[in-house]
Write a protein that binds this ligand. Structure first.
Ligand SMILES: O=C(O)[C@H](O)COP(=O)(O)O
Length: 253
């Protein structure tokens, strides 16, 4: 076992095709845009420049996170590190909103309902029908998952409940050995993890947004509490602008 501080890097995937189109995505397995690929490469350069070289990677089962990690690790010259994947790091399942335009949803349902679905801690959107074109219920990658664990919708609280066992059982043991751990995941699975790490309340977490493609580094003490609360973005100026953009997503045309 190594001594604290433990080094953890969180990386949201680069811009996806549906981020660019302003569509609710959730478990739909969309790819990165060219801009998203560039963000990922730059993310790797930032890691290298900061001397934060990951020893192990944890990702979701979704290609936008998998590819972001690969591009970032390639530019940091760390493609060879071990990789562990879990559905527990997936994006929040967005239920019946998957495939819907964010601006249209805001216009149709009003700001209060829109924000309740998008940012409240415990109100999930309506469930997605299992035969919907945007359902992943029968996707081969979830075949090993008992049907009752495959979501039809999730709120952030549901994400925290399914993500934390992975944090404790898989990520913490890697940190304990002294490895620098990279977690390449999604806006809401990372919001759930940050909520846990920083002890953010159910109310305040609604104001937290995570930008695409910019590494967020944490140093954790022996109790896995951040020595740098809120983490440190490796490009703080870019992060600030990108956080505002995520926050205002429904509002743009
Ligand atoms: O799933 C999505 O649509 C996004 O990746 C995250 O969306 P949000 O910022 O609207 O929750």
């Amino acid at each position: 076992m190594a001594d604290a501080p433990y080094k953890l890097i969180l990386l949201r995937h680069g811009e996806s095709e549906w981020n660019a189109k302003n569509l609710f995505t959730g478990w739909v397995d969309v790819n990165l845009t060219e801009k998203g690929e560039k963000e990922a490469v730059r993310g790797g350069e930032l890691l290298k420049d900061a001397g934060l070289l990951p020893d192990v990677l944890h990702t979701s089962l979704q290609r936008r996170a998998i590819r972001t990690a690969q591009l970032a690790l390639e530019s940091a010259d760390r493609l060879w590190i071990p990789v562990r994947r879990s559905w527990r790091l997936n994006e929040r399942h967005y239920g019946a909103l998957q495939g819907k335009d964010k601006a249209q949803t805001l216009a149709e349902f009003g700001e209060e309902q829109f924000m309740l679905w998008r940012r409240s801690y415990d109100t999930p959107p309506p469930p997605l029908a299992r035969d919907d074109e945007y359902s992943q219920f029968d996707d081969a990658r979830y075949a090993d998952l008992p049907p009752e664990l495959r979501p039809d919708t999730e709120c952030l609280k549901d994400v925290v409940v399914r993500m934390l066992p992975y944090w404790f059982d898989s990520i913490v043991p890697d940190l304990l050995t002294g490895r620098t751990v990279l977690v390449a995941a999604h806006g809401n699975s990372l919001r759930g993890l940050v909520k846990h790490l920083d002890g953010i309340s159910d109310e305040d977490i609604s104001g937290l947004n995570i930008p695409t493609g910019i590494p967020l580094s944490y140093e954790l003490d022996a109790d896995f509490k951040p020595l740098n609360p809120g983490g440190t973005y490796l490009d703080p100026d870019a992060a600030k602008a990108a956080i505002e953009a995520v926050k205002n997503q429904g509002k743009k045309k």
